[in-house]
Write a protein that binds this ligand. Structure first.
Ligand SMILES: NC(=[NH2+])NCCC[C@H](N)C(=O)O
Ligand SMILES: [Mn+2]
Ligand SMILES: [Mn+2]
Length: 298
């Protein structure tokens, strides 16, 4: 029995560009439920985690924008994700800015001894308050999940760390801050930058990624930031970076993950319909979900 639980996380507090809170709605309009219905025995749309319209708080001292709110809302998300897995469902979280990965990983991680993570993104999201150029928490969730960062964030879910550095694979990186580069080298995270994707091709990158994670993990979470794709294919994102992964390469990556049967939870984040071109980015997200969950061309 294959069950899918869709959880919307309409949060934009991890960065400054409004509109990404409408991501879950845009992805629903793009037909996510209809598209995935045929690929599961049951699809349950659990609706959105309530975020409300909280006042934006800039804490000059911590260099962490909306710290308390981001921690609190992620706590709520982690409980929902945890419950979905306990009920035998595959959790699919719709963002929201990437800070929501803090909650998703908190909810997922307690179900696995050695969780793997594929971070499909132009960015590393490995900043801390000290290294962040922006103070935006959406640039920090991977560090936070490693137990690196402000205690209020690393302790979401009541335990830390959620993941080990050797269980992470970054794919699509092309905009890493200095502090992130240092951290990657220091703790040893596997990274396929755009250079490796160009050089090896996506087939090889995914073969290696799957092989690598298969050996060391008992579940793999896919955290897909739409800005991993080239802005030409996914323009509706808050922090676009040119020279990204193509639509075709991304489908191939998702199809190979479907074949591998490795992925046990997923989130699609950073869809911002205000910055989008006729809901193109949300539609791309839904199409990629189709491939990830086993849709075939023939
Ligand atoms: N999830 C994202 N889109 N992250 C973008 C982060 C950009 C930059 N590295 C920062 O820390 O502000
Ligand atoms: Mn990104
Ligand atoms: Mn990201």
């Amino acid at each position: 029995m294959k069950k899918l639980s869709i959880i919307g996380m309409p949060m934009d507090l991890g960065q400054m560009r409004r509109g990404v809170d409408m991501g879950p709605s845009a992805i629903r309009y793009a037909g996510v439920v209809e598209r995935l219905r045929n690929l599961f025995d049951e699809v349950h749309d659990l609706g959105d985690i309530p975020i409300g319209r909280p006042e934006v708080v800039i804490d000059e001292q911590s260099n962490l924008r909306n710290l308390h709110l981001v921690a609190e809302k992620n706590e709520a998300l982690s409980k929902e994700v945890d419950q979905a897995i306990s009920s035998g469902s595959f959790p699919l979280v719709l963002g929201g800015d990437h800070s929501i990965a803090i909650g998703t990983l908190a909810g997922v991680s307690k179900h696995y001894k050695s969780l793997g993570v594929i971070w499909y993104d132009a960015h590393g999201d490995l900043n801390t308050a000290e290294t962040s150029p922006s103070g935006n928490i959406h640039g920090m969730p991977l560090a936070v999940s490693l137990g690196i960062g402000h205690k209020m964030l690393t302790s979401v879910g009541g335990f830390e760390p959620k993941i080990k550095p050797e269980n992470i694979v970054l794919i699509g990186a092309r905009a890493l801050d200095e502090g992130e580069k240092e951290l990657i080298k220091e703790i040893g995270i596997k990274v396929y930058t755009m250079h490796e994707i160009d050089r090896l091709g996506m087939t090889k990158v995914m073969e290696e990624t799957i092989e690598y994670l298969k050996e060391r993990t008992d579940g793999v979470h896919l955290s897909l930031d739409l800005d991993g794709l080239d802005p030409h294919d996914a323009p509706g994102v808050g922090t676009p970076v040119t020279g990204g992964i193509s639509y075709r390469e991304s489908h191939l990556a998702m199809e190979m993950l479907a074949e591998s049967k490795l992925i046990t939870s997923a989130e699609f984040v950073e869809v911002n319909p205000i910055l989008d071109d006729k809901n193109k980015t949300a539609s791309v997200a839904v199409a990629l979900m189709g491939s990830l969950f086993g849709e075939k061309l023939l």
